[in-house]
Write a protein that binds this ligand. Sequence first.
Ligand code: COA
Length: 142
Amino acid sequence: MIESATDRDLPEIRALLERLQLPLAGVDEHLTTMLVAREGGRVVGTAGLELYAGGALLRSVAVEPYKQGKQLGHQLTDAALHLATAHGVNAVFLLTTTAERFFPRFGFEQIDREQVPPSVRASVEFQSACPASAIVMRKQLQ
Ligand SMILES: CC(C)(COP(=O)(O)OP(=O)(O)OC[C@H]1O[C@@H](n2cnc3c(N)ncnc32)[C@H](O)[C@@H]1OP(=O)(O)O)[C@@H](O)C(=O)NCCC(=O)NCCS
């Protein structure tokens, strides 16, 4: 049910992120490490990973509203963390304005922006897509 996204998923991914008011910038460039949850051929959830020299950025964790509260967000986040481990990533970072109480259960803790490696901080999400007030979190993998 959770698998890698393909080019054909892009319109549905973008529409889902738009509906949930999450940033679209950078999604196309990182499609190979985007995961999607499908139901009946439709994309009902996403979780994206952007890989950088200093760590990975977890972004676009999103579940179609009618599917929320059924563990899909958990499964997508777990799958993205497994993908990060498979890529040998040592730390995963994220920015959020809406879900800072969702991620601690996966081992994410709030940190200062200055603690984020420059390669991750240079991402579109950090530079422009997310407001400066967004909370930054990190999960150490190794
Ligand atoms: C955050 C989100 C991905 C969670 O997905 P989900 O499938 O509803 O979550 P799950 O069913 O796996 O987990 C439900 C648990 O998470 C909690 N939860 C869900 N959304 C939350 C949020 N925004 N903040 C804090 N906790 C949240 C629920 O209260 C529930 O807690 P419980 O297990 O103690 O009862 C989903 O609500 C969503 O798409 N939100 C809008 C987009 C968004 O804000 N994404 C985060 C971007 S960084």
